[in-house]
Design a binder for this molecule. Structure first.
Ligand SMILES: [Zn+2]
Length: 236
């Protein structure tokens, strides 16, 4: 199986942008050892509805808290998440809410880490046997273009191979697990960590990076959907 990084298509037909946030989110947690926040920008679960949860008010405001406070909230919200998930600091839940503008592809990355699809494109992909978890969005469209967009939920799975860090990879922080280092120029995926049951996932160690399988890419190409482009990443 081959794997591909999903990137936004560029050009005047793909200007769609969302000024908004998911309704709830874990705070950033400041680590007392490495003095950073092991943040997971992009980790979002729009299907997780916290509207009936007693502690939801604690997850409304974006903020930085001591690591122990983040861990307390993370352990508390885990009971509301019906699947395995890392729940890094900053992980978000509930519908993406905000203002949308610009022109939209059939699939589209309004941010490099957020994937949305138009309804008919989603149905085609599902018809082709690609299982996708999609959630309604709470958008107000500015301007004349109004389309039905759904956010595709992309779970963290898989890691970059340690060998693509010349000089060795930074060791994870013993307290919070954060592993520094920017995304390698020539990334390679670690085959032992890749999911066998997902056609779309984001990397656990670089949560802004979305990866699609060859099967997903073939379906997109067959339907000639525009709005994203794919770059193959080798696997070791
Ligand atoms: Zn740390």
């Amino acid at each position: 199986m081959r794997f591909f990084e999903v990137n936004p298509a560029e050009g005047p037909r793909f200007t769609g942008y969302i000024n908004g946030v998911h309704r709830w989110g874990l705070p950033g947690g400041l680590c007392p050892v490495c003095h950073a926040s092991p943040g997971g920008l992009g980790e979002a679960y729009p299907s997780v509805d916290l509207s009936g949860w007693a502690h939801r008010q604690e997850l409304v405001e974006a903020r930085q808290v001591p690591l122990e406070e983040y861990e307390r909230l993370r352990d508390q919200v885990r009971s509301q998440v019906p699947f395995d998930a890392p729940l890094f600091p900053g992980a978000e839940f509930g519908p993406l809410t905000g203002k949308a503008s610009g022109k939209w592809g059939a699939m589209h990355l309004p941010e490099p880490w957020t994937l949305v699809m138009q309804r008919d494109a989603l149905e085609c992909m599902r018809g082709a046997g690609i299982a996708l978890r999609a959630s309604k969005m709470d958008l107000r469209f500015l301007g004349r273009t109004e389309v039905e967009l759904l956010e595709i939920e992309v779970h963290p799975r898989g890691r970059v191979h340690d060998s693509c860090f010349p000089g060795g990879r930074e060791r994870p922080c013993e307290r919070c697990g954060r592993q520094g280092g920017s995304f390698p120029d020539a990334p390679i995926l670690d085959s032992r960590t890749l999911p066998k049951d997902q056609n779309l996932f984001r990397l656990t160690d670089y949560t802004t990076i979305i990866i699609a399988t060859e099967r997903f890419v073939d379906a997109v190409n067959r339907f000639e959907f525009e709005g994203v482009v794919f770059k193959e990443i080798p696997v070791l």
